[in-house]
Design a binder for this molecule. Structure first.
Ligand SMILES: [Zn+2]
Length: 254
């Protein structure tokens, strides 16, 4: 991730890419879906007309799961964006072009990623509210997450305050909503300006906004839980100096 982009990954905001409708962009809780095979790449990667599989981007790793069709089935082991396409890499032979497939994502892993993603955005809102510090990067895993931000002075007291305030906010059960706003409108929203919405490529004229109501608002392509209470509690498991005032926090969910 380039510094200064926050969680923003250019190209991560779309409802669809040229060949594929991105079902997770509007329904993060969709676990199974039916789709048609639009094409198979030279190395056996499958392109679908619609998918609930998240492709790696914006600090959130891709989903894994299965595709089932006719007499076949295969594990989906990687999902990536490649030249404007979403490519599902399978373990084993791919279905033929035109085949109808049923996809199922590994929900336990995905839900853990959603909880960590919403935890990071919540904490990013807290760090800004408490210290005016802006986030410069983040990465989620199924069992932890990390976040980088600019804050020269990060004392043990401040770490405690960040953890406490984040847990208070999570317990307050703030709804998390997704909406799409016109680029011109997005450029007027203070939260989005703070997270550098202006750096989104100009050819994207509709921007997906993840709003943790009253806590944090960001242009973001990832999947989130519907309410902060689903995150539970966070614990700061470590902090690190990354130089030039940049700090890194590692969090785990309890
Ligand atoms: Zn994000």
């Amino acid at each position: 991730m380039r510094p200064g982009y926050g969680y923003i990954t250019p190209g991560g905001y779309h409802l669809r890419v040229p060949n594929t409708e991105l079902l997770y962009a509007t329904d993060a809780y969709l676990r199974t879906f039916e789709a048609r095979v639009q094409g198979v790449t030279g190395d056996g990667g499958v392109i679908l007309d619609r998918t609930a599989f998240y492709a790696t981007g914006g600090g959130q790793p891709h989903d894994v799961g299965t595709l089932t069709w006719g007499l076949g089935s295969a594990n989906v082991v990687e999902v990536r964006k490649d030249g404007g396409q979403i490519v599902h890499r399978l373990e084993g032979p791919a279905p033929e072009r035109g085949a109808t497939v049923r996809g199922e994502i590994d929900w336990e892993r995905r839900y853990a990623l959603m909880r960590h993603h919403t935890a990071l955005h919540s904490m990013s809102g807290v760090i800004y509210q408490l210290y005016g510090a802006t986030v410069t990067g983040g990465q989620m895993y199924a069992d932890r997450a990390r976040m980088d931000f600019m804050l020269p002075d990060l004392s043990a007291d401040r770490l405690r305050a960040i953890e406490e305030r984040t847990n208070e906010l999570l317990a307050e059960a703030h709804p998390v909503s997704i909406r799409f706003v016109a680029r011109t409108e997005a450029l007027q929203i203070p939260d989005l300006i703070r997270t550098k919405v202006n750096l989104i490529p100009e050819d994207i004229d509709e921007i997906r906004v993840v709003n943790i109501e009253g806590v944090d608002q960001q242009a973001d392509g990832g999947t989130h839980v519907a309410n902060t209470r689903e995150v539970g509690r966070v614990r700061i498991a470590g902090s690190e100096n990354k130089g030039k005032g940049n700090k890194r926090l590692v969090i785990v969910l309890e």
